[in-house]
Write a protein that binds this ligand. Structure first.
Ligand code: NI
Length: 174
């Protein structure tokens, strides 16, 4: 397993629409293992493959608490087949949008169908943080970030700050 660098906004790669996975094989499991290790190291609770530069429809998540045993979830080719009319508000963050957190409203519950780590078809009915996290990660597969759900004013302000801090980091590395 290896930790891979996480791409941060603004970056055109984060806008790419990811391609479906054709086969869940050892190469894909290596990618998923790396993604989980990268997510734990960050630390974060969810990661889409595009965030490490791989445009495949793969998501990993782990919503277990610190004191609980790790419980990684793997979603290959996930499809949301149902969402509730009822909405829920969560303060979201993203490993690709470091240090920014904002409230985003999304359907409170959803059903997702996907292939698991072993390529087996699964379905999951999610609510609460899990439902929000799934929808946030699914957005990544469509090239959408949580800041795209905010007002243009707020988003542009965040992107300007992110741009500046990236520039500062690049200069410091020179
Ligand atoms: Ni994210």
């Amino acid at each position: 397993m290896a930790i891979r660098p996480i791409i941060t906004a603004p970056d055109s790669r984060l806008k790419v629409i990811s391609e479906p996975v054709e086969r869940v094989d050892d190469a894909l499991r290596t990618l998923m293992d790396d993604m989980v290790e990268t997510m734990y190291a960050a630390p974060g609770i969810g990661l889409a493959a595009i965030q490490v530069g791989v445009a495949k429809r793969v998501i990993v998540m782990d919503l277990s608490r610190e004191e609980e045993p790790k419980a990684p979830l793997y979603f290959v080719n996930p499809v949301i087949t149902w969402t509730s009319k009822e909405l829920a508000l969560y303060e979201e963050g993203c490993l690709s949008v470091p240090e920014f957190y904002e409230d985003v409203e999304r359907p409170a519950r959803c059903r997702v169908e996907f292939l698991d780590y072993h390529g087996k078809a699964q379905a999951l009915d999610a609510e609460g943080l899990l439902a929000t996290c799934i929808q946030h990660e699914m957005d990544h597969l469509q090239g959408i970030l949580f800041i795209d759900h905010l007002s243009r004013l707020k988003r542009d302000m965040m992107l300007r700050k992110l741009s500046k801090s990236k520039k500062r980091q690049a200069e410091a590395a020179e």
